[in-house]
Design a protein. Structure first.
Length: 88
């Protein structure tokens, strides 16, 4: 199991909300996008993950933000990062 939580190079022209960047992360892990999941806290992040073929966990503690993200029908949603656990 691997993870990426930051950019590998300082390319300021392409943000993490880019499907290209999400695909790069999957490639860096040696994984197919359909076998990855992205924890997303914004509409732009969810849209990028979906465009890259990556499953989405919406993360928002704020009720208004949570409602906004749930309207996008994520694969799962959490209010607290402690709710995330690795299966195994």
């Amino acid at each position: 199991m691997g993870r990426i939580s930051a950019r590998t190079r300082p390319d300021l022209d392409v943000h993490k909300q880019s499907p290209y960047r999400v695909g790069q992360a999957a490639e860096a892990l040696g994984a197919f996008p359909r076998r990855c999941v992205m924890v997303c806290g914004s509409v732009a992040e969810i849209e990028a993950a979906r465009a890259a073929g990556v499953a989405v966990i919406a993360y928002a503690a704020d009720p208004l933000r949570r409602a906004e993200l749930l309207a996008l029908d994520p694969d799962a949603a959490v209010e607290h990062l402690a709710e995330l656990r690795l299966a195994g």
